[in-house]
Design a protein around this ligand. Structure first.
Ligand SMILES: Cc1cc2nc3c(=O)[nH]c(=O)nc-3n(C[C@H](O)[C@H](O)[C@H](O)COP(=O)(O)OP(=O)(O)OC[C@H]3O[C@@H](n4cnc5c(N)ncnc54)[C@H](O)[C@@H]3O)c2cc1C
Length: 287
């Protein structure tokens, strides 16, 4: 399949990219092209202009600043997977990136592309929800969007039409905090049939003082599992407490039946993977 005809633009700066985005009718940003190009080939997207960010400097790089880790939106999944900063300070982000697709996808696809696209079966959304990430958008002005306001619907985000996603910020995890992302992968694409990320903070008595849980794959967008978080917080996380909290993993998710499974099956996977992700996060929090 060939995409419909389009004009290609390769700006050399963020300013130039924004100017093109404001001026051109029906333009789309091109990052790694691993979601947009397949959609164009299927004619599900037919933009008249593509604005390629690959020659724009300053959109890659991963660094820590005052307890937050800044990830340039054009960092590839491979760069996120292999980042020394992330592996040391927030390894769950590297681990999530390592589970995306295959090496070809990870070498081209970008974290910004994944989070701007908002595919309901993408992996990174669950992890950034659980971590309470922030998104830096650049339009005429720069603004920061908290993750709870980011995923607005099926492949819809809070990103404005005249904005670029330039940076994603995640917290450096302190001692006593553990995090894990686990998924039931589609056997061909590796997309998440269901994926759950959990972040827990334990005090010195082993009581959970803070919990973040994100669920992807099951519904029309990735969501925060608020019921699970509430059930974990304030409890000593023994097997019974984890089981009881994980039982709420599908509450508030608009679980969709699809070729991968029925509503009941996918809701079951939410509970199973929530339990496993919480158990893994607790183990890490305990050191
Ligand atoms: C075979 C295959 C398997 C895959 N498996 C998985 C998987 O297991 N898990 C998973 O999570 N994903 C998977 N993916 C998707 C992959 O991770 C993509 O790389 C990602 O979803 C999109 O990133 P991209 O850089 O390729 O973005 P693109 O395809 O270039 O863009 C995607 C969308 O985001 C917009 N966009 C991109 N960057 C920006 C930006 N900085 N600012 C504003 N808008 C922007 C574009 O305009 C477009 O609408 C798979 C893809 C393929 C082809």
């Amino acid at each position: 399949m060939y995409p419909a005809a389009f004009e290609y633009h390769a700006p050399a700066s963020v300013g130039e990219a924004l100017k093109l985005l404001g001026k051109l009718d029906d333009a789309k940003i091109l990052a790694g092209g691993h979601s947009l190009i397949p959609m164009m080939k299927l004619r599900l997207a037919q933009p008249k202009h593509l604005i390629d960010l690959r020659k724009v400097p300053g959109l890659t790089g991963i660094k820590e600043d005052k307890g937050m880790i800044s990830i340039g939106a054009m960092s590839t999944h491979w760069e996120v997977e292999s980042s020394k900063v992330l592996k040391a300070k927030c390894p769950v982000v590297s681990e999530t990136a390592a589970m995306i697709g295959d090496p070809a996808v990870r070498n081209k696809g970008t974290i910004g592309g994944s989070l701007a696209h908002g595919d309901p079966a993408a992996d990174m959304p669950a992890t950034v929800i659980a971590l309470g990430a922030e998104f830096v958008c650049q339009g005429k002005k720069k603004r920061t969007v908290k993750v709870d306001a980011w995923f607005t619907g099926l492949m819809e985000t809070a990103l404005g039409e005249d904005e670029l996603l330039v940076e994603i910020r995640v917290p450096a995890l302190a001692k006593g905090t553990g995090a894990a992302y686990l998924k039931f992968p589609h056997p061909a694409s590796r997309f998440a049939v269901v994926g759950v990320a959990a972040v827990v903070t334990l005090d010195k008595n082993g009581t959970c003082t803070k919990a973040g849980v994100g669920v992807t794959g099951a519904g029309s967008k990735a969501v925060r599992a608020k019921g699970v978080e509430a059930a974990l917080t304030g409890k000593r996380l023994d097997a019974a407490a984890i089981e009881a909290a994980a039982a709420k993993a599908a509450d508030g998710v608009d679980v969709q039946a699809d070729l991968q499974g029925s509503v009941e099956y996918k809701a079951h996977l939410c509970r199973v993977f929530a339990k496993r992700a919480i158990e893994a996060a607790v183990k890490r929090a305990q050191g």
